[in-house]
Each structure stands twice: as structure tokens, then as C-alpha cells.
Ligand binder design. Structure first.
Ligand SMILES: Cc1cc2nc3c(=O)[nH]c(=O)nc-3n(C[C@H](O)[C@H](O)[C@H](O)COP(=O)(O)OP(=O)(O)OC[C@H]3O[C@@H](n4cnc5c(N)ncnc54)[C@H](O)[C@@H]3O)c2cc1C
Length: 406
């Protein structure tokens, strides 16, 4: 631990997720006295959760297609990501002793795949830099221009030279990001776009049979199509609907249509490896005495989950000829009835609008208060784009604070 001198500028960072921790590292390295406040008993809880399925830090694709993943927010993200690029993020991870690799899809992971070794090494580095971490401190807003917190020891106020808000989005509240900050900022006149589920699942009115037999099982190696997007992957059947990689990738388009009260029907290709012609050919062998299910299983290798989904979405198809059946198997319509709970979403869209911050990520209406990470109004698909933007905006905001304090 380094001693804090009286001439050091003091920085409060509220939120100890990847964005808050990254900003803390930059500011402490620049000689600031940094204190992180978080209302949970430990930091980086969502980051650790992200590591459960393999921590996808960033993506290796070229810069231009990479930026396109941020859709309409891309122009706002550009300078931040140009100044802290996917290559720099990988280097940072490797400097913390965690080698990275590029997976077959181009996604970048630490070799351990987990977040825990990286977070451990990172917290040691922050400790060595003299960063103080105050846990169980729930930020409740301002009293005049002092920050207010409730703590197990009672309420406190803090008056730092600059503040960074890195409070996350509004999903997985039990990990800390509960979105309660939105009201605090709105009360100060800061425009905040409503938080909505992003990379989320969807509800489907399943029959009891499908629910009881297949909830929790993956529909493997299919492609899902919606609008002009076609995404391959495994779709999970849940008690209440669907989730999984290809569903998340379509989620922004599906959610926007559902919000506009448009019907949302996606199409599933149950045999993406076979052309309609190939399917027709395989189905032209006589069925003989086999049941329809056995016939589909034997002639096309369809597993029971696919056959039951076919029945669920298209009714009894046993009397269909090969032509019609091939068409349905290549584009099985599945109507989703709603967006799954925001609390289960991988991320949220909405948040502090880009109009309300300046080029240094400082709130125009509240000089000295900066914002970074998922609490800003952007969204992106899974693939490492979420963490990359959190890290890059944190670097940009930390540099903005340094500029401001000069
Ligand atoms: C299951 C899952 C898997 C994921 N996998 C990936 C992945 O592989 N790759 C990827 O790029 N992204 C992934 N993500 C998304 C990624 O984890 C988030 O985008 C990222 O953690 C957001 O970082 P952040 O620092 O902005 O906010 P957060 O990580 O949400 O941190 C915000 C912090 O603020 C604290 N806080 C909030 N309100 C207050 C308050 N009032 N007072 C005090 N403290 C407060 C919280 O306790 C929390 O510690 C995944 C998410 C989930 C849920």
C-alpha cells in the first residue's frame, strides 16, 4: 500500500465492476488517491459471473466490422475504442499474467477461460497502487455537492475532487447492478433512456409436454432467422421460453418489434447442414411401418427435441409430402410472446444518453461527475463487445478526469 499525501487529488469511483476497476487502475497509476465504493460485499460479481461460461473479453475481428456491432451508438464508441483497442485489452490481460487465445469464432478469452484468476491479480495490482475499496457502501445520491452513502455503520457523506459513476446496467440485481441509480440521475435532470433487456431470452407459450420433457435442453446446431439476420448456434428451451447465443443475437430486433406491438415470429432451420433438395431426397424413401418420429429420426437424424418442436410449432405433419415437410424443416416458425425478465438478461440497453456527457465522459449538467461502462446508453451483441466497451469507456472517462483535474 502507498501512503496518500495531502496534496493528492481524491477520486470517488462508485461501482466496482470492470469499468470502475479499470478507471481506478489508470487514476491510481497517475498518482490520484482513489476510493472505490460498492454496495455489495465484494467487487466484480457480474464479471465473475461472465467468466462462468468462458470469459469472452473481446473479439479479434477487424476494427470496422467490430465497430458495426455497436449499431447506432458506434460513432459515440469510436474514439474510446480507438484509444483502448481490443489488442490493448488483450495486452492488459496478459500483463496480469493471464494469457489469451482466439477461439474458432474469433472471440478472445483468457486461457483459463475464467474471470477469477484475472480479478485476483487485478485486485492485487490495485492494492499495490494504494486504491481503497469500501464495500457495503450503497450510494444514495447527493447532499448539496457531497456524495451520500448508507453503510453498515450508518450514513456518510464524501466530497472528492472528482467522481466516476460506473454503476452498471439493470440486470442480475443480486450481483449488484440493480439500476437504482437511474432515479438519482433523473432527479438531477440527467436524461436517462429506459433500461431494457439486451442479449435476453424470450417467452414462448409452450405446451405442458414440451415444457416437462425438454425445458433445460439445447436444440443443437440450428440456425435462427429473424428479419435480415440468420444466426447459427444452440438454442436452449427453458420452462418459459428460449435463450442461448443465437437468441441473444436476435434479441434487439425481436425486443424492438415486441415493444412496438408487432408480432415476432422467428424461423428455425432444423437441418442447416442439408439443402431442401437433400432433405426431400432423404424423405422420399418409403416410411413403411415406422412411426413418423422414427422415420424422421432415421432418415434425417433428427433428435426427439427437434421432432417435438416440429409438432409444437407446425402441428401434425405426418401426412405431409417431402416437399412441404422439407420447407417446414428448413424454416420452422416459432412465435415469441414477450421478452424474458430483464433480471436474467446478459446486459441492458438504455442508460445515460450520450447527449448528456461531453467528449471526456463528464456529465454536462454536473461538472466533476463522470460516467462509464454499461450504464451508458448503448448495446451490443455478445462476443466480447460488452466488456470491450466497458473497459474502453472507463479508460476514456479516467483520462477525462485527469484532464479535468489539471
Ligand atoms: C451471465 C453473464 C455472462 C456475461 N458474459 C459476458 C462475456 O463473456 N463477455 C462480455 O463482454 N460481457 C459479458 N457479460 C456482460 C458484462 O459482464 C457486463 O457488461 C459488465 O460487467 C458491465 O460492467 P460495468 O462495470 O459497467 O458494470 P457492472 O459489472 O454491472 O458493475 C457495476 C457495479 O456497481 C455496483 N453498484 C450498482 N449500484 C450501486 C449503488 N447504488 N451503490 C454502490 N454500488 C453500486 C454494483 O454492485 C456493481 O459492482 C455477461 C453478463 C452476464 C450477466
Amino acid at each position: 500500500m502507498t501512503e496518500k499525501s495531502h496534496t493528492q487529488k481524491t477520486i470517488a469511483i462508485i461501482g466496482g465492476g470492470p469499468a470502475g476497476l479499470m478507471a481506478a487502475e489508470i487514476l491510481a497509476t497517475a498518482g490520484m488517491a482513489v476510493t472505490i465504493y460498492d454496495h455489495k460485499p465484494s467487487v466484480g460479481r457480474k464479471f465473475l459471473m461472465a467468466g462462468r461460461g468462458g470469459l469472452n473479453l473481446t473479439h479479434s475481428e477487424d476494427f470496422e466490422p467490430f465497430m458495426q456491432r455497436y449499431g447506432s451508438a458506434a460513432p459515440n464508441r469510436l474514439p474510446a475504442i480507438q484509444n483502448f483497442t481490443p489488442t490493448q485489452l488483450r495486452q492488459w490481460c496478459e500483463d496480469l499474467g493471464q494469457e489469451t487465445f482466439i477461439g474458432s469464432s474469433g472471440r478472445v478469452f483468457p486461457k483459463s477461460l475464467k474471470a477469477s484468476p484475472l480479478l485476483r491479480a487485478w485486485l492485487e495490482r490495485l492494492n499495490a497502487l494504494g486504491v481503497t475499496i469500501n464495500l457495503n457502501h450503497h450510494w444514495t445520491g447527493w447532499d448539496n455537492d457531497a456524495l451520500t452513502f448508507t453503510t453498515p455503520q450508518g450514513p456518510i457523506t464524501v466530497k472528492p475532487d472528482a467522481t466516476l459513476l460506473a454503476l452498471g446496467g439493470g440486470s442480475w440485481a443480486k450481483l449488484g447492478s440493480d439500476g437504482s441509480w437511474t432515479e438519482l440521475l433523473k432527479n438531477k435532470g440527467i436524461p436517462v433512456a429506459p433500461l431494457r433487456p439486451s442479449n435476453s431470452g424470450f417467452t414462448v407459450q409452450w405446451s405442458d409436454i414440451l415444457k416437462t420433457r425438454f425445458a433445460g435442453q439445447p436444440l443443437k446446431t440450428v440456425t435462427l432467422s429473424y428479419g435480415n439476420q440468420t444466426i447459427p448456434g444452440d438454442m436452449m428451451i427453458t420452462e418459459t421460453g428460449i435463450e442461448g447465443g443465437p437468441v441473444y443475437a436476435l434479441s434487439s430486433a425481436l425486443r424492438n418489434d415486441l415493444d412496438a406491438e408487432k408480432p415476432a415470429t422467428l424461423h428455425i432451420d432444423l437441418k442447416p447442414g442439408l439443402t431442401p433438395d437433400a432433405i426431400r431426397q432423404k424423405l422420399s424413401t418409403p416410411r413403411g411401418g415406422q412411426s413418423f418420429s422414427t422415420y424422421l429420426q432415421k432418415s434425417l437424424g433428427l433428435p426427439p427435441i427437434s421432432i417435438n418442436l416440429l409438432r409444437e410449432c407446425a402441428g401434425d405433419c405426418s401426412a405431409m409430402g417431402p416437399d412441404k415437410l422439407a420447407r417446414i424443416l428448413k424454416a420452422l416458425p416459432l412465435t415469441v410472446s414477450g421478452t424474458a425478465s430483464i433480471d436474467r438478461a446478459i446486459s441492458t440497453s438504455g442508460g445515460v444518453t450520450f447527449d448528456s456527457i461531453d467528449e471526456n465522459y463528464m456529465l454536462k449538467k454536473l461538472p466533476g461527475i463522470f460516467v462509464a461502462g454499461e450504464m451508458l446508453d448503448w448495446e451490443a451483441p455478445t462476443g466480447g463487445y460488452l466488456l470491450q466497451a466497458c473497459f474502453s469507456t472507463a479508460v476514456a472517462a479516467a483520462n477525462g478526469i485527469l484532464k479535468h483535474l489539471k
